[in-house]
Design a protein around this ligand. Structure first.
Ligand SMILES: Cc1cc2nc3c(=O)[nH]c(=O)nc-3n(C[C@H](O)[C@H](O)[C@H](O)COP(=O)(O)O)c2cc1C
Length: 168
């Protein structure tokens, strides 16, 4: 479940690396480029869906939540500090993800292509780095089994969590 599919209210979907999950606050953490279209979509409408599948565990989770994008603050600083220079390199892209170009480019400056840059070299990428936090409000759990699948739905509110079995 390391690379779920993240859906935004504009109907678009994309694979993202799940960086962390805080159980107490039911919050998923992703990293992204602050200039990417999904950021605009989440700012317009914070409804986010996250689809997970673990083929070994045979478990699918369809989560719904509310997304928040942070570019400053302790969480963002810590996430940036913990990222490897190779990961930080992506944020040096000279223009926003999704912009059109005349040839198949990486978007990175020429000097950084094919190298693992130093911390000092990737430091300017910090201004393009964003953390997406998704607080889960409900999820649908499906377990696949030859003996018969099992499915349940869980919803969170201020009063706690309500769970119900569903026909798979
Ligand atoms: C395996 C995999 C992992 C990815 N991880 C991320 C990620 O952690 N963050 C991210 O912004 N994009 C990630 N991407 C790229 C996104 O799927 C997407 O192409 C990009 O973020 C642009 O999305 P947008 O146009 O909806 O903003 C990943 C793609 C793949 C295939």
């Amino acid at each position: 479940m390391h690379t779920p599919v993240v859906g935004t209210a504009d109907g678009d979907l994309r694979v993202m690396v799940l960086r962390a999950f805080d159980l107490a606050s039911r919050t998923l953490r992703f990293h992204t480029d602050a200039r990417s279209p999904k950021i605009t979509a989440i700012k317009d409408d914070p409804s986010v869906t996250v689809l997970f599948y673990d083929p070994e565990a045979k478990v699918q989770i369809r989560a719904r939540g509310s997304g928040r994008v942070d570019t400053n603050g302790a969480v963002v600083d810590a996430a940036w500090d913990q990222a490897a220079p190779f990961a930080k390199r992506c944020y040096l892209a000279q223009s926003a993800p999704g912009g059109s170009c005349d040839s198949p480019v990486s978007g990175l400056p020429d000097w950084v292509e094919g190298i693992t840059p130093t911390e000092a070299q990737v430091a300017p990428g910090r201004e393009n780095f964003a953390v997406l936090l998704v607080r889960i409000e409900a999820f649908d759990w499906l377990y696949l089994a030859n003996t018969g699948h099992r499915r349940a739905r869980f919803e969170f509110s201020d009063e706690g969590m309500i769970g119900n079995w569903l026909v798979p």
